[in-house]
Design a protein around this ligand. Structure first.
Ligand SMILES: [Zn+2]
Length: 85
C-alpha cells in the first residue's frame, strides 16, 4: 500500500498554467522540480507544451489563408459576375 507523502503529488493539473507561464514563482518551481523526477507528468507536459506551438502555426497559416480568401472574394465580387440574361 502506497502512502502519499507531502511533496509527492502529481502536478498534471498545474501543467496547463505552467505551459502558459501563469503559475506563481513557487508553483512554477514545484512543477519544474516534479517534472525532473516524474516521467508521467513530464509526458503530459511535453504534450501540452507542443500545443501552443501547433496552435500558433495553425493560426498564422489560417489567418494568411483567410485574408487571401477574403481579398479574393471581395475582388471577385467587385469585378462583377457574368451578365445575367
Ligand atoms: Zn507526476
Amino acid at each position: 500500500m502506497t502512502v502519499p507523502t507531502s511533496g509527492d503529488a502529481h502536478v498534471e493539473l498545474l501543467l496547463g498554467a505552467y505551459v502558459l507561464g501563469a503559475l506563481t514563482a513557487e508553483e512554477d518551481r514545484q512543477v519544474t522540480a516534479h517534472l525532473d523526477v516524474c516521467e508521467r507528468c513530464r509526458t503530459v507536459f511535453l504534450e501540452l507544451s507542443d500545443t501552443p506551438a501547433l496552435l500558433s502555426l495553425a493560426t498564422a497559416a489560417d489567418l494568411a489563408e483567410g485574408l487571401e480568401g477574403l481579398e479574393g472574394a471581395l475582388r471577385h465580387d467587385e469585378s462583377g459576375g457574368p451578365a445575367r440574361g
